[in-house]
Design a protein around this ligand. Sequence first.
Ligand code: API
Length: 283
Amino acid sequence: MQLPFTKMHGAGNDFVVLDATTTPFDLSPEQLRRLGDRRFGVGCDQILVVERPAPGDDVDFRYRIFNNDGDEVEHCGNGARCFLRYVTSRGLTAQSVVRVRTVNAVLELALMPDGRVRVDMGPPRLVPESLPFEAGSLRPDPRGLWPLQLVDGVHVDAALISMGNPHAVLFVDDVDSAPVTLLGPQVQADPRFPQGVNVGFLQIQTRARARIRVYERGAGETLACGTGTCAAVVAGIRAGLLDPAVEVQARGGDLRIEWSGQATDSVFLIGPATLVFEGTISL
Ligand SMILES: N[C@H](CCC[C@H](N)C(=O)O)C(=O)O
């Protein structure tokens, strides 16, 4: 099969985008893993699929996300920005604001005058069951952090937040020296995350500036993670360490997160979305 695709990235988090608005999407997990393979395929962190909405569904598109391990997931914030850039640049919509349905949310995506994209990510989910996390008798400490005893006797204190997908957030003094590729898999190995977890490492510089690295579920460390950055800023605001608008430096670029601090209010993710190249792959 000859499959046309578009390669994109949002702050270095890279994607293969597939247009399934006219032909139904039917790739197997193995074909998705091939697409995502940086040696034997195109290579990306996630595959994004653009679909028309189901009949009668009051949204403009359906937005599906697959990690490069082939598993379908609930959300991808950097991908949402690229989704809007894609559908507007290819004439699939004439709107500058579109609403898209993911597996568990409706997101509103808006082109900004400066060329960035603003995503209404919906409100954070702040109860551990929403990740899911099986807390059992464990309770958070007074800071709202969960004391996790991991394999190999390693202990971490993490904020547990869902943005529709699961996140564990650790506060660190310096992201560059944080043991991301060691601790990330160790947190992910915790059986109390039955559907896995994305592991974020947040360095707070001022009340309005931070740095982040994320070891993602199903993709490993990426150069940026939109939902992970949202979850981390929510954790920082809830801890009283951040203001409602924060500029966050990820390894692949800069993101802006806005959240009032009210649990029912949406988190907003603002950042770039870049088209890199078009291609065709034989699958
Ligand atoms: N690895 C994530 C999906 C991609 C999220 C990330 N790339 C973003 O920009 O939000 C998960 O399994 O939940």
